[in-house]
Design a protein around this ligand. Structure first.
Ligand SMILES: [Zn+2]
Length: 150
């Protein structure tokens, strides 16, 4: 399922320095995580088409279902700034973790084959993959013919 280092979906490649920066930004975001229930802080950073980087961390809630993941918060930060994500890095403790299904679908809204960097906070076990490898067959809304008065 995971691509080899340096191979990304849709032919997009990230320079090692860009990968390092995204992981570092995700590490910084992880430090801001609000994870009192799971004790599992996660940080994410998205690279946008205009070269900016936006961070997100998980924000848990006592009503667990309202918890929002780091990846989706990073996407929201980018979008509110008028930017569109084209790559993402995710950092967690202990082991590199892939975005959950909900986050994969949210990321696919912007670049279905974006590079995905998975890393531990210490940088061990870094993995590079792509969103189309993690989420084949992503949902894409197609307005039915004749809907909405057209
Ligand atoms: Zn998620």
């Amino acid at each position: 399922m995971r691509a080899e280092v340096g191979v990304y979906g849709a032919g997009m490649e990230l320079a090692p320095v860009v990968i390092d920066r995204l992981v570092e930004e995700a590490r910084r975001a992880q430090k801001a995580a609000y994870a009192p229930y799971s004790g599992f802080p996660v940080g994410a950073a998205v690279l946008t088409e205009d070269g900016r980087v936006f961070r997100g961390c998980n924000v848990e809630n006592s009503s667990f279902g309202l918890t929002v993941c780091a990846e989706r918060n990073a996407v929201a930060a980018a979008v509110v700034a008028g930017a569109r994500p084209i790559a993402v890095a995710v950092v967690a403790n202990g082991t590199a973790v892939a975005p959950c299904g909900a986050c994969r679908q949210v990321l696919a809204e912007f670049a279905a084959a974006m590079p995905v960097i998975l890393s531990t906070a210490t940088g061990d076990g870094r993995e590079l993959t792509s969103l189309d490898a993690l989420l084949p067959g992503a949902f894409v809304f197609t307005r039915p013919q004749g809907a909405n008065g057209s």
